[in-house]
Design a protein around this ligand. Structure first.
Ligand SMILES: Cc1cc2nc3c(=O)[nH]c(=O)nc-3n(C[C@H](O)[C@H](O)[C@H](O)COP(=O)(O)O)c2cc1C
Ligand SMILES: [Fe+2]
Ligand SMILES: [Fe+2]
Length: 397
């Protein structure tokens, strides 16, 4: 098995799967693995586009050797310097010492800061082009998608856009690598998770990049993670456009923190009442058990968010604290909020969520419901009102 895969007759996939790293960036769960995608264009000048995380270097270099059969790599394009893509640059440079490294000013600053590489540099600016023979490369600077140096590279013969992290997602490529070969429901969910966890904070910069690319004729999207979009590249562009405009689907995510189940009961009550209003997408999530990564993904997807917490040492239950901090930090807009919770004596759970919520700047659909130790008849009535208000707020979104 030679390992590389044709994208066109002279452009190849030489990426790798990582099924051994448990958490990406030492933070985000990789239960379904991840791919680090890399590509080779063969022409008078051979080009490698991005590299892979160093733990997979041996698999990577074997594919490259099999493909090139002794030929040289003339250029390495670095679209993004995060180590999941830049990690093998030093080793590649040792194998191909004549190779020129294509990047922008910021790329080279990071290349020196991370790896001490200062030689073989070929600097490009926004709109610059390089002729390879039959193919031509054109460079688009797309800063902060996802780091300051990030750029995209457009290949003019087959109209392939190499996009770096943009349009990429978690999940290893198990056999199929193209959008028409894989289960897209799975990958779209994992791409939204990657987007919301990693790129979402920079949504305004994603919008800027999408505008810059709007008149580029894109036939294939080749990102650094997840499938290569050759059949319907417009499909993932449209999703990215929606996510970065903070658009949402009709539905409600109810996230709760509960030690002994009383706050959880309130969450279940809300969910039932919202369902009775005809809302079908309702997710009830235990913050103690579900990783922040998946919670953020659901919040990025749905219009309605309900946060519930018991009181813990006069404040918020710790797993809920992480969530409200994240929402404050990420700048996500256009969601509607409902708050509920429990306390025993001093209170502090619900009021802390309310304090954080001032930063979210999301409309609150109805007043918070806070029960003493457990929800009684009165509290349940208030929950009914909260549920109704939430259902109304997310309908016809
Ligand atoms: C470890 C612990 C610390 C608590 N700290 C407070 C507190 O500081 N103030 C308060 O009003 N209630 C406090 N409570 C009471 C809980 O908020 C209350 O029992 C609530 O109903 C628990 O909800 P749950 O059944 O969803 O876990 C505490 C409870 C526990 C077990
Ligand atoms: Fe990145
Ligand atoms: Fe990445």
């Amino acid at each position: 098995m030679n390992g590389f895969i044709n994208i066109t007759e002279d452009i190849f996939y030489v990426g790798v799967n990582d099924r051994e790293t448990a958490i990406f960036e030492n933070l985000w769960p990789l239960d379904k693995g991840v791919s680090y995608n890399s590509y080779i264009i063969r022409d008078k000048k051979n080009v490698l586009v991005d590299t892979v995380k160093i733990n997979k270097f041996s698999v990577f270099i074997e594919k490259i050797r099999n493909l090139l059969n002794g030929e040289d790599i003339d250029y390495l394009v670095i679209n993004h310097m995060e180590p999941d893509h830049s990690g093998s640059i030093q080793e590649i440079l040792e194998e191909f010492p004549n190779m020129k490294i294509i990047g922008n000013k910021k790329t080279f600053e990071f290349l020196n800061d991370l790896y001490g590489i200062q030689k073989n540099l070929y600097e490009v600016k926004d709109g610059d082009e390089i002729d390879l023979g039959e193919h031509k490369l054109k460079f688009y600077m797309t800063p902060m998608v996802h780091w300051p140096e990030t750029m995209m590279t457009y290949e003019t013969k087959s109209k392939i856009l190499f996009t770096g992290d943009a349009f990429g997602g978690f999940g290893s490529l198990d056999g199929g690598i193209f959008d028409d070969e894989v289960n897209l429901d799975f990958f779209e969910d994992e791409i939204r998770r990657y987007y919301s966890n990693i790129v979402g904070k920079y949504s305004p910069m994603v919008q800027r990049a999408l505008k810059k690319l709007s008149d580029v004729d894109i036939k294939i999207i080749a990102a650094t993670h997840g499938p290569v979009w050759r059949k319907h590249p417009e499909r993932i562009i449209e999703k990215y456009d929606r996510w970065s405009k903070y658009e949402s689907e009709e539905g409600v995510v109810i996230i709760y923190g509960s030690m002994y189940g009383n706050t959880e009961k309130m969450a279940d009550h809300l969910a039932r009442k919202i369902a009775e209003q005809g809302i079908k997408n309702i997710k009830v999530i235990n913050a103690s058990k579900t990783h922040l990564s998946h919670i953020i993904n659901e919040i990025w997807r749905f219009k309605g968010v309900m946060l519930g917490s018991c009181t813990y040492n006069t404040g918020l239950f710790p797993p809920m604290e992480e969530i409200v901090q994240w929402i404050s930090h990420t700048g996500l807009k256009n969601r509607v909020l409902g708050i509920f919770g429990t306390y025993g004596w001093s209170g502090g759970g619900v009021s802390t969520i309310e304090k954080y919520a001032e930063n979210f700047k999301w409309p609150i659909v109805n007043e918070s419901v806070e029960a003493k130790l457990s929800a009684k008849e009165d509290d349940l009535k208030k929950l009914d009102e909260l549920a109704k208000a939430m259902a109304d707020a997310v309908k016809n979104n």
